[in-house]
Design a protein around this ligand. Structure first.
Ligand SMILES: [Zn+2]
Ligand SMILES: [Zn+2]
Length: 264
């Protein structure tokens, strides 16, 4: 059976990724309304009632909006580290005690057939994390909401078959755009978001034959275009001899629309 991935939505209006491996069915973040997530899962042939766990990256609203609702509605356990729990607990509303699962940074654990590891990201949240998910010999990594790529992140995500990577902004668009100064500074800082160039450079840096599919995600509405993100990344990695659609496929994880259910 294949390892499956779908980005339900990605960006500041809401983030949610669906992963299925064997009997395991997982959401990474649920930052849209419960209704939207249910409808989107239905549209790809998945069922909210079968979700085994929601993994939370950090407490920003665009990542947790639907977490409490889905947990209550479908009795789903929620996984997050202690610091994140402390900040988001109040926002999630009433939860079953047994659905509050505390995990650590650099943790490894399993949900049914899926092996999961966590790693620290660099973001202006209390204690943000990224996740890698393993099923049989396949690996999916999700890295968004980080201002820099640390050696730890590189180590964690190398050898991925599928990578969802932040490509938040075009630096020039951000600099000349309408964001107030403090926000520009925040996005560009080491605890902000990765630019298109950052994404391209990282792919070059860690590229191995195993990489087959990369989704560029968390694109800014104000400071990026899907075509620009795609082309910037393609230009950077093509220059280094990596052949698009032969060595690796690059796709955009849309802000509002689910991607296809990708099988690896
Ligand atoms: Zn975010
Ligand atoms: Zn964030």
């Amino acid at each position: 059976m294949a390892f499956k991935f779908c980005s339900i939505a990605s960006g500041s209006s809401g983030n949610c990724q669906y992963i299925e491996g064997g009997k395991g069915k997982i959401l990474v973040d649920a930052g849209l309304s419960g209704k939207r997530i249910q409808e989107s899962l239905n549209s790809i042939g998945a069922n909210s009632g079968n979700i085994d766990g929601i993994l939370v990256t950090h407490e920003h609203k665009d990542h947790i909006k639907g977490v409490g609702i889905l947990s209550r509605r479908f009795d789903i356990p929620i996984y997050a580290n202690n610091n994140t729990w402390e900040v988001m607990r109040e926002y999630l509303g009433k939860l079953k005690e047994e659905n509050i699962r505390i995990i650590k940074n650099n943790d490894t654990f399993e949900i049914k057939d899926i092996g999961i590891s966590t790693f620290k990201t660099s973001h202006d949240a209390i204690d943000s994390m990224g996740y890698t998910l393993n099923y049989r010999n396949k690996k999916i990594s999700i890295v968004t909401d980080t201002g820099i790529i640390t050696d730890e992140i590189k180590n964690e995500i190398k050898n991925s078959d599928l990578l969802m990577l932040e490509s938040n902004h075009d630096v020039d668009m951000l600099k000349v755009g309408s964001y107030p100064y403090y926000l520009k500074k925040r996005v560009l800082s080491s605890s902000g978001h990765l630019s298109n160039e950052d994404a391209g450079n990282l792919i070059v840096d860690i590229f191995q034959d195993k990489f087959k599919k990369i989704f560029l995600g968390h694109l800014s509405k104000e400071n990026n275009f899907p075509e620009l993100a795609y082309q910037t990344v393609v230009n950077i990695i093509s220059e280094k001899g990596i052949k698009i659609n032969k060595d690796v496929e690059i796709d955009i994880a849309n802000r509002h629309q689910p991607t296809v259910l990708c099988k690896i």
